[in-house]
Design a protein around this ligand. Structure first.
Ligand code: NAD
Length: 437
């Protein structure tokens, strides 16, 4: 691990001084290499993580989009100027890289989330220490090799493997200037506190309990299909999975149809054709619904079928804790205001959605739900990379978010230059001891 940080330190001066156009060219080649290797990256993800191949391709694709966006660094990294602040004096700012940055990733998006991290940091001129989840290292290893093939010099991106000790090493190492973390609250709060105490910038995207509020005026067929897809896709192991439905008013009667749609989903190994849900990354005990899924040919697999828990109350453990499996918990509310209260009383504020055909209802919900990402008739509103992935309350710590303009700000620091060039000789005749005004 020390050798990896040393390599980042050693290569930082040359990498940060390389022209920004050269770095841009490397990432332009990189995005093409990711496209060329998309199937192989997806295969590695399915092998290690279990999600279906089609879903794994989406995992790579959403990360690829961040790399494509990083290629516009020449616009994104522009500073500001204000000429003629006073006579013969101009002020301008540069955005400069920080130095060595580090990323700690979760298991659920083995390609996308590492790609939120090192491409944004490196295109700005930082060198990078990446720690993928110990459960899914394969995609990161291939992504690193592809970056090398794209022309990133040896030592600019370094991968370390491990769990707690590797994480603590990153939080404590004095050469590391910034940490990006995505994962659970247990790890994220520890990393945020320890890293911040050591003077580092930390951005920490954490757990979620995402609510889909279903209004009775919503398009029923569309809404139920979206809800089922967003609750059970990737076996519920998405931070933006819509794991909680709040059925408002007459929409309460739609529950039997929701259950019928969920029952139709096909559980199978991720690389089998037609699979809707793959296995979980680890065995889960299903406490409230004992449906016993056996998948032919994979009898010892960690499969859990779609599960729906109805009549859930806010004080139940299944509601308070993130389950991170194919489980949809369903609450009921009489009015939109009641639904908003439910959403805002939950500790998490990652994503949410409202399903409605009424613009005023949608607008009210968008403004009042204290949640980072809001979808209006969109069940998993993960922002595209020209925007930023945000989060509120227990779902995020820090103040600068992942990717988009915020990502550039996180990985750079401002330098403000004030310069004076006088045409005529205006030599000071005595020391200027008064604060300049
Ligand atoms: P995790 O916290 O178990 O692991 C994430 C990383 O932290 C791994 O690299 C792991 O090695 C390390 N780690 C794990 N436990 C640790 C500990 N006690 N101390 C120090 N380091 C530790 O998370 P996971 O199970 O891999 O991922 C699932 C979680 O990630 C869910 O809570 C999900 O909501 C969250 N997530 C959030 C977002 C988001 O953007 N908000 C995106 C994806 C996943």
């Amino acid at each position: 691990m020390e050798a990896a940080v040393s390599a980042c330190q050693r290569t930082f001066p040359a990498w940060s001084e390389l022209s920004i156009l050269n770095r841009q060219q490397i990432f332009l080649r990189y995005q093409q290499l990711i496209k060329d290797n998309l199937k192989e990256l997806a295969r590695l993800i399915t092998l290690e993580q279990g999600k279906t191949l089609a879903d794994a391709e989406g995992d790579v694709f959403r990360g690829l989009q961040v790399v494509e966006h990083a290629c516009s660094v020449t616009s994104l990294m522009l500073g500001e100027t204000l000429p003629s602040l006073t006579k013969d004096m101009d002020t301008y700012t540069f955005r400069l890289p920080l130095g060595v940055c580090a990323g700690i990733a979760p298991f659920n998006f083995p390609a996308m989330i590492p790609l939120w991290m090192f491409p944004m940091a490196m295109v700005c001129g930082n060198t990078y220490l990446m720690k993928p989840s110990e459960r899914v290292p394969g995609a990161t290893m291939l992504l690193a090799r592809l970056l090398q093939d794209a022309g990133a010099p040896d030592g600019t991106l370094n991968i370390i493997h491990g769990q707690h000790e590797a994480v603590t090493f990153i939080c404590d190492h004095p050469a590391i200037r910034a940490i990006s973390f995505v994962g659970s609250n247990q790890a994220g709060e520890y990393i945020y506190e320890r890293g911040s105490r050591n003077g580092k910038r930390v951005q920490s995207n954490m757990g979620a309990k995402n609510h889909g509020v279903v209004m009775p005026d919503a398009n029923k067929e569309n809404t139920l299909n979206q809800l089922v897809g967003a609750a059970f896709g990737a076996a519920g192991q998405r931070c933006m999975a819509l794991s909680t439905a709040v059925l408002v008013g007459e929409a309460k009667d739609w529950l039997p149809e929701l259950v019928a749609k969920a029952k139709k989903l096909r559980v199978n190994a991720g690389d089998q054709p037609g699979a809707d849900l793959g296995p979980l990354i680890k065995g889960a005990s299903l406490l409230l619904d004992g449906r016993d899924v056996k998948v032919k040919g994979f009898e010892n697999g960690n499969f859990v079928g779609p599960t729906i828990l109805g009549n859930v109350k806010a004080n139940m453990t299944c509601y308070k804790e993130e389950i991170f499996g194919p489980v949809l918990v369903v609450l009921e509310a009489d009015t939109l205001d009641d639904a908003i209260e439910i959403v805002n009383e939950n500790p998490y504020g990652n994503g949410t959605a409202i399903f409605t055909t009424n613009g005023a209802t949608a607008r009210k919900y968008t403004h009042l739900a204290d949640v980072g990402q809001v979808g209006v008739n969109v069940p998993i509103p993960v922002p595209l990379p020209m925007f930023s992935f945000t989060g509120s309350r227990a779902s995020f710590r820090g103040d600068t978010n992942f990717y988009g303009k915020q990502g550039i700000h996180f990985y750079t620091q401002l330098k403000t230059v004030t310069s004076q060039w006088k045409e005529e000789d205006a030599t000071l005749t005595s020391p200027a001891v008064v604060m300049p005004t």
